[in-house]
Design a protein around this ligand. Structure first.
Ligand code: AKG
Ligand code: FE2
Length: 256
């Protein structure tokens, strides 16, 4: 557990406030912290994800996912169990330790539960992506994504006047392993996000990548390419509605 007086584990680099990690090229507001967790912490979380009971995985055509502590039922979290320790420590503790600005508390201070209560784990083989979408009304509009295992590009799209999707992304964000990306505001409500189902991200440059100046290792992408490996993402959000009935219903919907 992170305590205010303990020195941070080596390899992590947490800003004094989120303002220092703001992606300036994007509308308000998105933040990128390249070294949010250490390699050792990454390994430990990957091990927990990989050894979760088989029934935890839901298989889609090209990717698999786990939901913790459980699936939503009609946009509601059944309040049966808290998040397991390996999803709270160190990630949530560390996230909540970062002030929003030099004078304001953390990013979840105004949210109903003051912290994320739900984690979606997505596993993307190199050719897998996720269709452009919005995250909808079930969540407080702050999305925190920790990436593990591989880098890839998240694309941001806008809807055209007639509501159709403009197929060219307006911005691209490169997410490195062990990084944290936070998106809020207009990026939650107005724009769509998605990941191309391709084995290699191309045309990566200071001009094309919104968070280039915040990357840990921009030199790795000097050739403009990123060969994808297996990537696991952990998406932390606060589900607005939590049902106290969950402790009863939880037994019926219980997963191992
Ligand atoms: O894996 C990611 O980075 C994005 C996942 C996502 O957009 C979602 O689960 O809503
Ligand atoms: Fe999403």
């Amino acid at each position: 557990m992170d305590s205010p007086n303990a020195p941070p584990p080596p390899q992590i680099n947490i800003p004094a406030s989120l303002e220092h990690s703001r992606i300036a090229a994007l509308p308000p507001a998105a933040y990128y912290i390249a070294d949010f967790i250490s390699e050792e912490e990454e390994r430990a979380i990957l091990q927990k994800v990989e050894t979760a009971p088989k029934a935890r995985w839901r298989r889609l055509t090209h990717r698999r996912l786990q939901t913790w502590p459980s699936d939503l039922v009609k946009n509601t979290l059944l309040d049966s169990q808290p998040l397991p320790d390996w999803l709270s420590q160190p990630i949530i503790t560390r996230l909540l330790s970062i002030p929003l600005s030099d004078s304001e508390p953390h990013i979840f201070t105004p949210s109903p539960h003051g912290q994320p209560n739900h984690v979606l784990i997505n596993e993307y083989p190199p050719n897998a992506g996720i269709m452009p979408h919005k995250d909808g009304s079930a969540y407080y509009p702050v999305v925190c994504t920790v990436s593990l295992g591989s880098s890839l590009c998240l694309n941001l799209y806008k809807s055209k006047e007639d509501g159709a999707l403009d197929p060219e992304p307006v911005w691209r964000i490169l997410q490195e392993p062990r990084s944290l990306l936070i998106t809020t505001g207009e990026l939650y409500d107005k724009y769509l996000h998605g990941i191309d189902p391709i084995p290699v991200d191309v045309n990566l440059s200071e001009q094309s990548i919104a968070n280039w100046d915040l990357l840990r290792s921009p030199s790795l992408f000097k050739g403009g390419r990123n060969e994808r490996q297996m990537r696991i993402s952990l998406t932390y959000r606060d589900v607005l509605k939590v049902s106290k009935l969950g402790s009863k219903l939880g037994a019926m919907f219980k997963r191992p």
